[in-house]
Design a protein around this ligand. Structure first.
Ligand SMILES: *[C@@H]1O[C@H](CO)[C@@H](O)[C@H](O)[C@H]1NC(C)=O
Ligand SMILES: *[C@@H]1O[C@H](CO)[C@@H](O)[C@H](O)[C@H]1NC(C)=O
Ligand SMILES: *[C@@H]1O[C@H](CO)[C@@H](O)[C@H](O)[C@H]1NC(C)=O
Ligand SMILES: *[C@@H]1O[C@H](CO)[C@@H](O)[C@H](O)[C@H]1NC(C)=O
Ligand SMILES: *[C@@H]1O[C@H](CO)[C@@H](O)[C@H](O)[C@H]1NC(C)=O
Length: 578
């Protein structure tokens, strides 16, 4: 931190920082950056580690070689592996998104189509997968979130306590206020359970909602899942879950296994796997003590025909997005269209409360060999604008690398979004050497590259710098004081400030498990004008109210942002709630 000279002191009491009033004037196209051309593996799951900001990437076993072997010659032995009973290839890494340096991470059991959440102490909790991994729970300890950890070997730890469901893959996890993960649904599992369980052996709880929504298309005749990787959100104040599966959704009391409310079906196609839609719960705001309205947006989807037909082009994905107020009885979907059809995209909540929609295809659906026509341009969705004015297409050169099935998107600590993966093939495949399948136009090489996309925000001018806080761990219903620096605006009287928090989410299969964004009330802002490193600016001290409800910010690590006139701070501050 540089030299600081203070000057005039201005006190602004109870400054109201309005989410509704924020004008985000989106200009510019954003910018791409290559982190590495070869991370050694392709990412099927990705999560940003608390405090270090490094990113954990996870693929699968039972799928042949990756592009990297362990430098220390380690191998795993599993006689029933489909292709490599002796497997010396790396299937998980942690990557520094600034330098592109990767460190391989070792695990034993298959993680294909698994799920996860960061736990309250910063451990990455991770559950299920395919084959021998389907009932397994794993953790990656907080101390291992480095590319150069103190312990030379610092890897995934697999538990001997198996989960209750016979198959727990394509499930969705959500961190609960008591520190457990709820694991909801998955292929062949219309049930939910808790990790760690409340009792041993772990019970599972049947969920008829996931049974009745498990079919393809309106005729209900085909036996496809179409409701797996359900969209699950922990609601503030009530503590219930909102769960969306196929085209239906409910408010669910998981403590008593009771459906509190059912909503009408969303118009159009099914939205969950394999239809490849995406979803976010819109930002939760402090106004009205977090009892105010909560809205959910679902974008994209597909008609899944399950017909492998070389001579038929894949149908277009859904162009529509639906938005619904889930805190109101009797509410229905309000529909809007995106600029282009998209499935297998990812929706990422940005610190400024906009939503980035990135990755995906314009045709096809999830599963090997099914995607066609990449959706290369990201789009921004501004939830505060009126319907019809919410979408902006971003056209940063060069156009994005195709990232279709099995790709990921995660908000990084500098406000950019890291994209990784894309593998529409079984195995790592770099050339289409089978002239019959997949047909031309449906072959895309396995992506080992990792990139970032920096959204334009409000033109990326004047980004504040967070200098300090008086605590890194905060209790519920307490006050956190932070200090930040920003430039003197041309029109200081029109400056707006927003203080937002988000947990690092677990991104896989077009859904970021646990994703939420919360705006905090600023009780008091004190501004001191002066110079830092010889440059004029404002030093501001802000008292932020941490919410009363543990359901707003379940105990965990969060990224805290200061957003000035739509520009997020140059980096976030990590704080832990408890
Ligand atoms: C990874 O890919 C590079 C470039 O194609 C190749 O030279 C190298 O042999 C591969 N490594 C492994 C372990 O597959
Ligand atoms: C799921 O539905 C099928 C038929 O629709 C029924 O036979 C089965 O018992 C149901 N299972 C559960 C767990 O509800
Ligand atoms: C494949 O598509 C072509 C062209 O639409 C159609 O003529 C043919 O019947 C289809 N084959 C199958 C097996 O569905
Ligand atoms: C903030 O002010 C400094 C010094 O005047 C300037 O170099 C910098 O570009 C400004 N930052 C922005 C984002 O305007
Ligand atoms: C941080 O500052 C706030 C506001 O002054 C105060 O309420 C809180 O107790 C302080 N926290 C610590 C850990 O000192």
């Amino acid at each position: 931190m540089g030299e600081w000279r203070g000057g005039l002191v201005v006190m602004v009491l109870a400054m109201v920082v309005m989410y509704e009033g924020l004008v985000v004037d989106v200009e510019g196209a954003g910018a791409w950056r290559v982190v590495t051309k070869n991370a050694g593996i392709t990412a099927m799951h990705a999560a940003v580690a608390p405090v270090t900001g490094n990113v954990v990437l996870l693929h699968q076993t039972n799928n042949g070689p990756s592009n990297m072997t362990f430098p220390d010659g380690r191998c795993k032995y599993y006689p029933d592996d489909r292709f490599l009973p002796k497997d010396c290839f790396v299937h998980s890494v942690i990557i520094d998104p600034n330098s592109g340096v990767v460190r391989p991470l070792f695990f034993q059991t298959d993680t294909q189509c698994s799920s996860g959440q960061f736990l309250r102490d910063g451990t990455l909790g991770q559950t299920g997968g395919d084959r021998e991994g389907t009932q397994i729970t794993r953790t990656l300890p907080f101390k291992c979130m480095y590319v150069n950890p103190t312990d030379k070997i610092c890897d995934w730890v697999e538990s001997s306590q198996k989960m209750a469901a016979n198959t727990r893959w394509y499930a969705t996890n959500q961190l609960l206020p008591d520190g457990r993960q709820i694991v909801v649904g998955g292929r062949g599992s219309p049930s939910y359970e808790f990790v760690p369980p409340y009792t041993v052996p772990p019970p599972k709880y049947d969920m008829p909602f996931l049974n009745v929504t498990s079919f393809d298309g309106p005729d209900k005749t085909k036996n496809g899942p179409n409701n797996i990787y359900p969209y699950v959100y922990l609601l503030p104040s009530s503590g219930y879950l909102y769960i969306f599966a196929n085209r239906d959704s409910i408010i669910f009391d998981y403590k008593n296994n009771v459906v509190i409310r059912s909503f009408p079906q969303i118009p159009g196609n099914p939205r969950n796997y394999p239809s490849g839609g995406s979803s976010v719960m819109l930002p939760l705001t402090w106004q009205n003590g977090f009892k105010n309205k909560v809205e959910v947006v679902v974008c994209g989807g597909a008609t899944v025909t399950w017909v492998a037909n070389n001579s038929m082009p894949q149908p277009y994905c859904s162009v529509s997005c639906g938005r619904i107020e889930v805190t109101k009885a009797g509410s229905d979907w309000a529909m809007e269209n995106m600029d282009i059809p998209r499935c297998m995209g990812d929706m990422v909540l940005l610190p400024d409360t906009n939503v980035l929609i990135i990755n995906g295809a314009q045709r096809g659906w999830q599963g090997w060999d099914n995607a066609a026509e990449p959706a290369k341009n990201p789009i921004l969705y501004n939830p505060t604008k009126p319907a019809g004015q919410r979408f902006t297409t971003l056209d940063a050169p060069p156009s994005g690398t195709p990232r279709m099935y099995h790709s990921t998107a995660n908000l990084l600590t500098d406000g950019s979004v890291m994209v990784a993966g894309s593998n529409t093939n079984e195995f790592y495949k770099f050339t289409n050497n089978n002239k019959y399948w997949p047909p031309p136009g449906r072959f895309f090489p396995t992506e080992l590259s990792v990139e970032t996309f920096t959204p334009p925000y409000a033109g990326l001018g004047d980004r504040p710098v967070i200098l300090s806080s008086n605590a890194t761990t905060v209790k519920f219903n307490s006050v956190l004081q932070i200090v930040f620096w920003d430039n003197i605006s041309q029109n200081p009287s029109t400056d707006t400030f927003l203080f937002t928090l988000n947990p690092p989410a677990f991104s896989t299969h077009s859904f970021s498990h646990g994703q939420r964004l919360v705006s905090l009330q600023a009780l008091k802002i004190t501004t001191t004008s002066g110079t830092q490193n010889g440059k004029p600016g404002n030093m501001r001290t802000v008292d932020l109210q941490i919410p009363v409800y543990t359901t707003v910010l379940p105990p965990a690590y969060y990224m805290l942002w200061v957003v000035k006139n739509g520009n997020p701070s140059v980096s976030c501050l990590w704080i832990q709630t408890r």
